[in-house]
Design a protein around this ligand. Structure first.
Ligand code: NAP
Length: 307
């Protein structure tokens, strides 16, 4: 198979590029250095260069994205950069390679706010959480664009909904960290500083679902076998971990011996956020996810090397 990974220098994109190459597929990467995806002319020119060799799939891992703080502070840039990228992508696919499948990574932040178990059929039944207004709404726009290009032009898209992704290769940029890698970075600092206490922000009770990067790569490749999955499919494990449990898992992986304390000046988010299992078990029969503690161990190992 020949495919393009948009955003091949990012966390997901670089892992996916390696995974696909290791499986023997021919992969072309496009990130800012090769082409600014906000510029239609640059993108269509790049796709034309690849077209004569054939393009089976485009994995859309490019985005202007970051932490909750980042997507709020940069809300205007986030919605406009990402929407331009999405519009340019579909327009260029239509003009250059309309037979190519587009695989989009949606994220559970685009779900309606307030639901604990995020069921696919209800994902648009209300507004996104205000803290992710720009990015959550953009992901909905991405879905609408894909759907409209399918309705009118029969462009084939696969829309997959992911929980928080973690693993080696993730960012060290404070603007991009999430709860899991943020705690890994802080706990490694605590070890370095010989701190005898590690502070968990909030009560530690909220439950969050995490998916290891290797599963993301495997599932993205396997998804190409599916027929017509324009309606989002939750990549769901049916379980999550309390933030306090995640901190304990990180302590196990790092060997941190200090006490875990809770700073309740920090507000908790929603009590539970887990993707509903509606379609996943049917579409990805017998899929076995990577062991969570082992994933945390691998991620800690990576951060020990890069920090
Ligand atoms: N990470 C998660 O927990 C998670 C969870 C669910 C879904 N997702 C989705 O997965 C996708 C990838 O996320 P990530 O964590 O890998 O993000 P990331 O590490 O920030 O990578 C973003 C990539 O997009 C590229 N990019 C940004 N703007 C561009 C532009 N104008 N032109 C060309 N390339 C551009 C970046 O290229 P440069 O390096 O050249 O800037 C980089 O390669 C996103 O759609 C995200 O919503 C991620």
């Amino acid at each position: 198979m020949r495919c393009i990974v948009l955003g091949h220098t990012g966390f997901v994109g670089k892992n996916l590029t390696k995974y696909l190459s290791d499986k023997g597929h021919e992969v072309f990467g496009l990130s800012r250095a090769q082409c600014d995806l906000r510029d239609y002319t640059q993108l269509s020119k790049k796709l034309l260069e690849f077209r004569h060799r054939g393009i089976d799939a485009i994995f859309n891992c490019a985005a202007n994205v970051g932490s909750v703080h980042y997507v709020t502070a940069k809300a205007g840039d986030v919605i406009s950069d990402n929407t331009y990228i999405a519009l340019n992508l579909y327009k260029a696919v239509l003009e250059v390679c309309p037979e190519t499948k587009v695989v989009n990574l949606l994220s559970n932040c685009c779900y309606v706010d307030g639901t604990q178990i995020q069921e696919e059929e209800k994902w648009l039944d209300g507004a996104v959480h205000p803290s992710v207004f720009s990015f959550g709404n953009f992901k909905r726009v991405l879905y609408y664009i894909s759907r409209c290009y399918e309705m009118q032009y029969n462009i084939d898209s696969i829309n997959l909904m992911f929980s928080g992704i973690y693993g080696p290769g993730d960012s060290t940029d404070p603007n991009k960290v999430h709860a899991l890698n943020g705690m890994i970075i802080r706990m490694l600092e605590s070890i370095e500083n010989n701190d005898d206490e590690f502070e968990i922000w909030g009560t530690g009770k909220p439950i969050r679902e995490w998916i290891y990067i290797e599963d993301v790569c495997k599932i993205l490749l396997q998804s190409l076998q599916l027929e017509k999955v324009i309606e989002p499919v939750n990549i769901a494990q049916g379980k999550g971990f309390a933030i306090a449990e995640t901190a304990q898992n990180i302590a196990k992986a790092t060997g941190y011996q200090g006490k875990l304390t809770f700073n309740t000046d920090f507000q908790d988010g929603a009590p539970i956020k887990i993707l509903g299992m509606g379609k996943f078990a049917d579409l990805f029969k017998d899929y076995i996810f990577y062991d969570h503690q082992e994933g945390v161990n691998q991620t800690v190992q990576y951060y020990r090397e890069v920090l």
